[in-house]
Design a protein around this ligand. Structure first.
Ligand SMILES: [Zn+2]
Length: 264
């Protein structure tokens, strides 16, 4: 059913920087922009009922068909709440409009967050955490987002370094600009990222924390997570980090300051 891709290990570089104060006093010219690529309507039982408008990386296949490029006989039911209103919301269109030639993709995790990948170039590296895998409830709902990709790379945090508060981290380019943080729980190989720009320092939580409300209430991601307990530990690390570095802009898994969740 599935072609097995050739997966290599991401080459982890040695970093000179050993703590976050040293990182942040050496900002780089890296910049970050978030894109809204579709809408998910979701209920979170118990604490949060949320209707989310967010940037998850859908490509325009979600405009034409429920469940977009997911496969399986139940996908129309499973993904009935994943909406893309206009073709122009697709990740590939938005990159084209900005004249961006992608050199690589770093994922927080797979789930639907990799669903824009089929419309992106095949030759560039796609990097994700060790232990990540695609949804595979064959024949009901499954995906094969990396079918034609030739350069899949796994990031192994055992080769990374211990950083204060956040534990295992990797200085992705070895220059302190972009850091990967091991935040397992939501998925096995989940990664959060820090972007160390001159103008802005950003923390991309991924689905360790889906919403601003969850962050403020101190509630980690619920039933969508593989291991809620482990997800909570990762979530608490992130919270603690923000306590020390409150000027960091937080980009939640499904919410940013630009693209807010609407509650109803
Ligand atoms: Zn997820």
């Amino acid at each position: 059913m599935k072609k097995v891709n050739n997966i290599s290990n991401y080459m982890v570089k040695k970093s000179e920087l050993k703590d976050w104060d040293s990182v942040f006093i050496n900002p780089t010219s890296i910049e970050i922009e978030t894109l809204r690529t579709g809408t998910i309507i979701s209920k979170m039982s118990g604490l949060l009922n949320l209707k989310s408008a967010n940037a998850t990386g859908f490509d325009s296949s979600f405009t034409n068909e429920i469940g977009g490029n997911f496969k399986g006989i139940l996908k129309k039911i499973y993904f009935r709440n994943y909406i893309q209103e206009k073709n122009s919301e697709g990740i590939e269109f938005q990159l084209k409009c900005r004249f961006i030639n992608l050199n690589g993709v770093f994922l927080t995790h797979i789930h639907e967050h990799a669903s824009g990948s089929p419309s992106l170039p095949n030759e560039i590296p796609y990097v994700y955490g060790n232990g990540e895998r695609e949804e595979n409830f064959f024949p009901f709902v499954y995906s094969n987002f990396f079918k034609n990709k030739v350069d899949l790379q796994k990031l192994d945090f055992l080769k990374g370094q211990d950083m204060p508060i956040l534990g295992k981290c990797v200085d992705v380019f070895g220059d302190g600009s972009f850091w990967a943080i091991s935040t397992p729980g939501h998925t096995k190989g989940h990664i959060s990222y820090i972007v160390n720009g001159k103008e802005t320092k950003s923390l991309i939580t991924g689905d360790v924390c889906i919403s601003k409300k969850g962050f403020e209430l101190g509630v980690e991601t619920g039933k969508f997570s593989l291991n809620i307990e482990q997800g909570r530990e990762s979530f608490l690390k992130i919270k603690e980090f923000i306590k020390y570095y409150p000027c960091t802009k937080i980009i939640f898994g499904h919410e940013t300051d630009e693209f807010k969740i609407e509650y109803s």
